[in-house]
Design a protein. Structure first.
Length: 223
């Protein structure tokens, strides 16, 4: 009853945030049950607010428009994210020793999936541009701060938000950094590439669920 009441009141202004907060609370109760502090999880069985899947697709024009307003660092990270479809967290912590003659090795932080990104002209170019950025001599990461440390999520988010404000002020529609991954996977499927392998998903169904809201068809008008 209390969980439902919280969802109802909190959901008036922030229904999606209310869902996330109850999910966190449910996770906490799961541990409390494991530790013997409670005998049940009151969050289970309580219906949450309905959510609509995000369907934002970034056009090539929008992508280039934001890059033109961004710093060299942000523009290069955007290109890297699009070419590889990596998640932001994996990009920000990418160390130089993961870049080898065979390609770029990563273990996805979210799924644990191991991937080798083989060298292409585009990937080679964007990595060369990233290495050419001003960096401390002892920096161990492809993208790092002046102190040679990887950017924190909050730090990068602040830089990204400033660029998006400029983009909105110029008349553009804002988008999230995560939308770049969705664009990459959607474009990969449309161009006939293996979107599932690029995403590192365990099943094709996971990839389809990820991009189905963003697919579109090209149509020719009558005249």
């Amino acid at each position: 009853m209390h969980i439902a009441k919280y969802l109802d009141i909190r959901g008036i202004k922030a229904p999606i945030r209310a869902n996330r907060e109850i999910s966190l609370l449910s996770h906490i109760f799961s541990y409390a049950m494991r530790w013997g502090q409670v005998d049940r999880n009151p969050c289970l069985g309580v219906a949450k607010h309905s959510e609509k899947g995000r369907d934002r697709y970034i056009t090539d024009q929008e992508f280039e428009g934001v890059k033109n307003l961004a710093s060299d660092l942000i523009a290069i990270v955007m290109d890297f994210a699009y070419i590889t479809a990596m998640r932001k967290g994996d990009i920000l912590k990418l160390s130089l020793d993961q870049i080898t003659d065979d390609g770029i090795w990563i273990k996805q932080s979210k799924t644990g999936s191991k991937q080798l990104y083989e060298w292409t002209i585009g990937l080679t170019d964007v990595v060369d541009r990233a290495k050419a950025l001003k960096r401390p001599i002892r920096g161990l990461y492809l993208f790092c701060t002046r102190q040679g440390q990887p950017y924190s999520d909050a730090g990068f988010k602040a830089m990204w938000n400033r660029v998006q404000i400029k983009w909105a002020d110029s008349g553009g529609q804002r988008f999230t950094f995560h939308d770049i991954r969705a664009k990459a996977l959607t474009d990969a499927k449309r161009l006939g590439f293996d979107a599932q392998s690029l995403a590192g998903h365990a099943t094709a169904a996971m990839t389809e669920h990820y991009i189905k809201q963003r697919e579109y068809k090209r149509v020719i008008p009558i005249y």
